[in-house]
Design a protein around this ligand. Structure first.
Ligand code: 28F
Length: 650
């Protein structure tokens, strides 16, 4: 196909620049920092369009010391020939006419984000001055625009100082634009190097091969971005700091008559889905049709693969899309024409054809990739991760149904073995989760009945054997905790319904106790995070020893304090060692561990809980040796270790 040559006569003229000056918000959304940078991105977009069309490969953005910015590319250079009827050069038309652009549906402009030059006039209209230099045909050309105030005080902007001039010769080609944003529009503002770097990096990821150099002459810094892997490198960049479950992301690209598509993703051990989608280099934060198309194809391809390769047995249900997407980090990059943006922030792709196109291209390309033996490990990791997610999902659903049934039960005060507090004053009430039936019994007798509720936890159901979160959710007592707190959990969690200001975990200083704390913290971390971030979760610290003789009694909470207590007791003292909570009678338990006047509580922080969840996740694996090693390393039975090292004292 012969390439159509664009000349100045092809430019369609629509509207004057005064409109932009009158209502800048209509053209750039806002005149805040976002709008201030927007007029820079308009120019950068034009350079990207030229490079995407196959001309040039490098863009340089410079923040100058006088507050202006320069953008240059090594493309063909904006046309300089005279527009036959307008009697102006192509450059002048592009910079002074709103919506000046090539006609739609032209082969040259297939998939270009905007249309060449569309936004340049907006930038010019909102600048104090603007200079455009074009290198083309062995020559160097220049045109300058300025703003001035007329005798009525009216500001005219984007006015050519003179026609395009030939100012020398040139061995290269390209366009170089420098402009100073008008402070009468934007107020006192400056370009942010950080903002520009961030977007430049993103654009380099989204446009494979494109080189972007960003230079800040105010501070003498320079950064260059160039990714031969494109969005595959983007995904690798996004998972830095996370734990990917596979070393390299999967990548495919495909193209139809109406769309260009590129997708890359990798599974991680995280519990949230992270999908970043773009249309014509614009982030579609609210998603839309392209994302929907991708998601349904992803689910189908992996379910089919799982069946064909016996990861799903005949009687087993298909996995859900959310199961596959849990922990998945995905970048979707779409280029298409005539885009319609919808939603609250106009960042949702509305074009229905984007859905079917992305779905079909993904079905085709992804199944091709999975059919390749060298991707079988990748597929297996994704499917196993999804199966684990499904298990947890099913357990959570069951727990939800059961707690709902319990909440409807008539005698709410006696859910299972919960001894509830008589007061309804949430600010003062406390829930003790106590390890073991015998300690639970003592706690029930020794407590302040008005404000303290007791829930005994049998050691067995939550010991080291029951380490996985789906098994935790299936646990009767854990469901009782959910019911007792009255907040719901997961997506339904509502802190304002919390029935107890303090949730206090009381467990022994041994391996089981250590696990119970870690499992409960993991549960709160995953399903009731705010309970921890708002400071409602505590670990109670029972004494290790009692040093006593006639008329003397002192409880000791750590080995370090023991010598001190012995010294102050003098001759004839005795030491009682408490091996577990169960050895204390109700009075002792109250005095040492439950009485707000005397007790020591350790507030569980979000870091503690994150650490606990990491540990539980390690222990979830099938590697028994790794599990034992972890327990041996972390669960030292010295009290200082099991409590003080793993939780911060407050
Ligand atoms: C620093 C900013 O703006 N680069 C640009 C071109 C190249 C052409 C062009 C631009 C044609 C019909 C308008 C050259 N030769 N960098 C830039 N590089 N615009 S903007 O054409 C403009 C129009 O409508 C170009 C042949 N065809 C196009």
């Amino acid at each position: 196909m012969a390439e159509k040559k664009y000349e100045s006569k092809d430019i369609v003229v629509l509207e004057g620049l005064e409109a932009v000056r009158l209502r800048p918000g209509m053209y750039i959304g806002t005149t805040s920092a976002k709008g201030f940078h927007h007029i820079l991105w308009e120019i950068v977009d034009n350079a990207i369009d030229e490079i995407s069309n196959g001309f040039g490969d490098t863009i340089k953005i410079t923040i100058n010391t006088d507050g202006s910015a320069t953008v240059e590319d090594n493309g063909r250079g904006i046309p300089v020939d005279m527009h036959p009827t307008l009697k102006k050069s192509g450059v002048e038309v592009v910079y002074t006419t709103l919506h000046a652009g090539g006609k739609f549906n032209n082969e040259n402009y297939k998939f270009s984000g905007g249309l060449h030059g569309v936004g340049a006039s907006v930038t010019n209209a909102l600048s104090r001055w603007c200079k455009v230099e074009v290198n083309k045909n062995g020559k160097k050309y220049l045109i300058e625009f300025h703003s001035f105030e007329d005798e009525h005080g009216k500001i005219h902007s984007g006015i050519p100082v003179g026609p395009l001039k030939e100012i020398g010769t040139s061995k290269t080609s390209g366009t170089k634009v420098t402009f100073l944003p008008d402070d009468r529009v934007f107020g006192k503002q400056e370009f942010s190097y950080e903002t520009i770097i961030k977007r430049a990096r993103e654009l380099a990821f989204l446009n494979k091969g494109l080189k972007i150099i960003v230079k800040d002459d105010r501070i003498g810094e320079e950064n260059a971005f160039h990714y031969e892997g494109g969005i595959k490198d983007f995904v690798s960049y996004l998972v830095e700091g996370k734990t990917p479950l596979f070393k390299t992301p999967l990548y495919y690209s495909a193209e139809s008559k109406i769309i260009q598509l590129e997708v890359s993703f990798v599974p991680t051990d995280s519990y949230t889905e992270n999908t970043f989608s773009y249309v014509n280099n614009i982030p579609t934060t609210e998603g839309g049709m392209h994302e929907i198309g991708f998601k349904s194809a992803l689910t189908k391809v992996f379910n089919d693969y799982a069946r064909e390769n016996n990861f799903l047995k005949e009687k087993e249900q298909n996995l859900l899309g959310e199961d596959f997407r849990e922990g998945l980090v995905t970048v979707i990059n779409v280029k298409m024409n005539n885009v319609q943006f919808e939603g609250q922030t106009k960042t949702k792709l509305g074009n229905p054809e984007a859905r079917t196109e992305v779905e079909n291209l993904t079905l085709q390309e992804l199944s091709k990739l999975l059919a390749d033996k060298k991707n079988s490990m990748f597929a297996e990791v994704v499917i196993n991760r999804a199966k684990q997610a499904a298990k947890v999902r099913i357990a959570a659903k069951k727990a939800k149904e059961l707690t709902r049934a319990k909440n409807n039960a008539e005698n709410f005060n006696l859910i299972g073995k919960l001894a509830s507090a008589s007061s309804r004053d949430r600010e003062k009430c406390e829930l003790f989760i106590v390890e073991g039936d015998s300690a639970g019994g003592s706690a029930k007798q020794g407590r302040d009945r008005k404000y303290q509720a007791i829930l005994p936890l049998r050691g067995k159901p939550l010991n080291a054997e029951k380490k996985r979160i789906d098994q935790v959710l299936a646990n009767e007592e854990v469901r009782t905790i959910i019911s007792a707190l009255d907040t719901g959990f997961g997506e339904d969690f509502d802190l304002s319904s919390l029935r107890y200001d303090k949730v206090i975990i009381l467990s022994d200083a041994d391996v089981d106790g250590f696990h119970i704390r870690a499992i409960l913290c993991t549960f709160f971390y995953r399903y009731m995070k705010q309970l921890i971030t708002e400071g409602h979760v505590y670990v109670g610290l029972p004494p290790l020893y009692k040093v006593y003789k006639k008329d003397y009694e002192k409880y000791v909470y750590s080995d370090a304090e023991l010598a001190e207590a012995v010294a102050s007791a003098g001759k004839g003292y005795m030491i009682q060692r408490y091996k577990g909570l169960g050895e204390m009678n109700p009075e002792q338990l109250w005095e040492t561990t439950m009485d707000p006047e005397n007790r020591t509580l350790i507030q569980v922080t979000i870091d503690d809980a994150a650490e606990a969840e990491k540990m539980i996740t390690t222990l979830m694996g099938d590697n028994i040796d790794a599990r034992k090693a972890y327990i041996n390393e972390h669960a030292n039975f010295d009290r200082e270790d099991t409590f003080m090292r793993d939780y911060k004292k407050v």
